[in-house]
Write a protein that binds this ligand. Structure first.
Ligand code: ADP
Length: 670
């Protein structure tokens, strides 16, 4: 076994790998960029090596710098985690040439799965079922269309070099085909420099079910059952579970055997995942194989009670697999929910900021919080906006689900918008409880998942007003001169001769302004607050102590937590959070620079399209350009009325997060 390994990654997966290495008595070396100097994965490691600037192209994607760090520290092996260099055959080869073990499959296996078309050809030969379609070398549009027509619509066009949903187009009828093919080819050429296409039957209600496989260097392989990853937004997973609900033993064995056949067809070794689409009639089809550890591997660990990172290390050190197929059993049920810094109400747009408040549920045998951040850390534009993975286990699906709901409702994150409320709502819907899963789950059940936003605002705004009134009184108290307790300046209850005390507050919730009137009557513990908002009046009583607020609204007593940081206020109540800010008076100091915030790249990504030409005068809100980042398209809009002087990047160019995209001149008011 190795005595020292380097982890060529960051965030939660770097921490996850280190935990196992420590348990096994293996020393760990972290690598870090400028942005990660003080991050958790660096603190956890025995040694850490700086490898460059924040953009991953200058650090985590630099194979040469990482290899130099391994040599410098005497690490015998490199664990690539997921993403970054984990499926880069060139890096695996460079490790090999440097005499350092790449903790992953053989180079040939990575290469074989690099192209979707080539992978399908290999799988076809190995007898693994494929989605009906065409993945041949003849790329003439007429031939591709002929195959699409023959199998019948809808069909799905995919880029052979694809990943992350890029170069993928659904085509619903023959007459849309040519335009869709052109668009998909263009997108693929931009993203991968290769526009080879394949076409598949588009399954309208499939489930995404994947099999975890493991092979060693002694010609043995096992499958560690399946994960259901059907709950996706924009073809990206958000909630995963194992085992897949409703899976019968015969289907499980058939899919497991097919996955092993796929792995053996490419002489696999190490951890791999074979992704299938499972159709409503029980047919399953090979989609692709990921030649690395998956984000969602913990659900498999929870139901098999195995440590897959330990398995990876053992296999890489040429040990045999720890267990045989017969020794592997499924015990209970597990869920994983991915907690992201993103705004579900704004098309899941990633957000950035400082994690000013972080209070995760207690961990134990049944609840795992996989994270790479601590309170005070940044979620920056440079990397994936995932904050944590919440993983739970239960005896059966219902008990695991109850644990997931409870843990989600207890998770508190302040300083930025997250998908916590969305996740809670999603897993609390009746169709989710009933496991009515398919890849369209979120779209199909939108009205149930997003149902609360309106009501939730109505319920929360009086609580926000109560907080503002209590906080104002508390602040006034703190400012009062301590020397004279009887000074009238110490009375912070806004006493007026007419008996009632009025406060007006203006707050901003999700970019919308709300005016609140709070009328205060009575005094001490009996103080009542009558809140009027949008013509509706609510009466409350309450108290504030530290970050704990108790509120009594129409006889309903609730405990809330509040976090206030730099005028960003988060009010947490059970599974909900209301984020708002006080509207600050306009001091007239805002300058054009403050508008640049809206014109910078939200993440590392690619410029997809410029929507207006240079020199155009536009109104506020006019879409100016489209960027693709974090597998999603973002439209950058004009922050004010003005002129687009110059675009700093051309279509298809890679852009670093935070980079200014446009030279925009704001029109001067006369
Ligand atoms: P990428 O590698 O770009 O992420 P995949 O081939 O892995 O693309 O597919 C991503 C997702 O797209 C799948 O999980 C599934 O939801 C959907 N998908 C892929 N192929 C099909 C198909 N033939 N029919 C229906 N949905 C599909």
């Amino acid at each position: 076994m190795f005595t020292k390994i380097l982890i060529a990654n960051r965030g939660e997966i770097a921490c996850r790998v280190m935990r196992t290495a420590k348990k096994m008595g293996i020393r760990t070396v972290a690598v870090y960029s400028d942005a990660d100097r003080d991050s958790l994965h660096v603190a956890m490691a025995d040694e850490a090596v700086h490898i460059g600037a924040a953009p991953s192209r200058e650090s985590y994607l630099c194979g040469d710098k990482i290899l130099a760090a391994a040599k410098q520290t005497g690490a015998q092996a490199i664990h690539p985690g997921y993403g970054f260099l984990s499926e880069n055959a060139g890096f695996a080869r460079a490790c090999d040439e440097a005499g350092i073990v790449f903790i992953g499959p053989p180079i040939g296996a990575i290469e074989a799965m690099g192209s979707k078309s080539a992978a399908k050809t290999i799988m076809e030969k190995a007898g693994v079922p494929l989605v009906p379609g065409y993945h041949g070398d003849d790329q003439s549009p007429a031939i591709i269309k002929q195959h699409a027509d023959a199998m019948g619509y809808p069909v799905l066009l995919k880029a052979a070099a694809g990943g992350g949903g890029k170069g993928m187009r659904q085509v619903w009828s023959e007459k849309e085909f040519s335009a869709a093919l052109d668009a998909a080819k263009r997108e693929a050429m931009n993203a991968f420099g290769d526009d080879t296409m394949l076409v598949e039957k588009y399954l309208t209600q499939p489930r995404h079910v994947e099999i975890q496989v493991f092979c060693d260097n002694h010609e043995r392989g096992v499958y560690l059952f399946e994960r259901d990853c059907s709950v996706q937004r924009r073809h990206q997973k958000v909630v995963e579970e194992a085992p897949a609900p409703g899976m019968d033993p015969a289907l499980r064995a058939a899919m497991g055997e097919a996955a092993l056949k796929a792995a053996q067809a490419i002489n696999y070794a190490g951890a791999g995942t074979v992704e299938f689409l499972l159709d409503i009639d029980g047919s399953f089809y090979f989609m692709e194989m990921n030649t690395r550890l998956q984000v969602e591997h913990p659900v498999t660990e929870m139901i098999t009670h195995q440590d897959l990172v330990e398995w990876q290390l053992r296999v890489a050190a040429n040990e045999p697999l720890p267990l045989t197929q017969e020794q592997l059993q499924i015990d209970g049920h597990s869920f994983e929910a991915r907690i992201y810094a993103e705004d579900p109400d704004n098309d899941f747009l990633p957000v950035t900021g400082t994690l000013s408040y972080l209070d995760a549920p207690d961990e134990g045998d049944y609840v795992r919080v996989e994270t790479g951040v601590r309170q005070g850390d940044e979620v920056s534009v440079y990397y994936d906006p995932m904050i944590a993975k919440l993983v739970v286990w239960g005896r059966d699906r219902d008990s695991a689900l109850r644990r997931l709901q409870k843990a989600l409702s207890e998770y508190r994150i302040g300083g930025m918008t997250t998908n916590l409320g969305f996740l809670y709502n999603l897993v609390s819907t009746e169709p989710f409880r009933a496991a009515e899963l398919d890849t369209g789950f979120i779209e199909k059940h939108q009205s149930l998942i997003f149902q609360n936003s309106g009501d939730h605002l109505e319920r929360f705004i009086p609580l926000a007003a109560l907080y503002l009134a209590l906080k104002q009184a508390q602040d006034a108290q703190a400012l009062a001169p301590a020397t004279d307790q009887h000074s009238p300046w110490n009375v912070a209850d806004h006493w007026r001769t007419d008996g009632s005390r009025k406060h007006r507050f203006a707050i901003n919730v999700h970019g919308e302004a709300h005016a609140l009137l709070v009328e205060q009557t009575g005094s001490g513990a009996a103080t009542r607050y009558k809140v009027t908002h949008a013509g509706k009046t609510t009466t409350l009583q309450g108290s504030l102590c530290g970050n704990q607020m108790v509120a009594d609204m129409d006889g309903h007593r609730q405990k809330l937590q509040v976090n206030e940081d730099n005028n960003h206020i988060s009010l947490y109540c059970f599974n909900h959070v209301l984020d708002f800010s006080r509207t600050l008076p306009d001091t007239g100091e805002a300058d054009d620079q403050s508008l640049a915030g809206g014109l910078t790249a939200p993440m590392n990504g690619t410029l997809v399209a410029q929507l207006v030409s240079e020199g155009t005068e536009v109104e506020a809100g006019t879409p100016l350009l489209v960027m693709e980042a974090m597998k999603m398209e973002h439209t950058i809009k004009a922050p004010a009325k003005g002129t687009v002087k110059q675009f700093y990047f051309a279509d298809g160019e890679l852009v670093d997060g935070g980079a200014l995209l446009v030279d925009f001149e704001v029109a001067r008011a006369n």
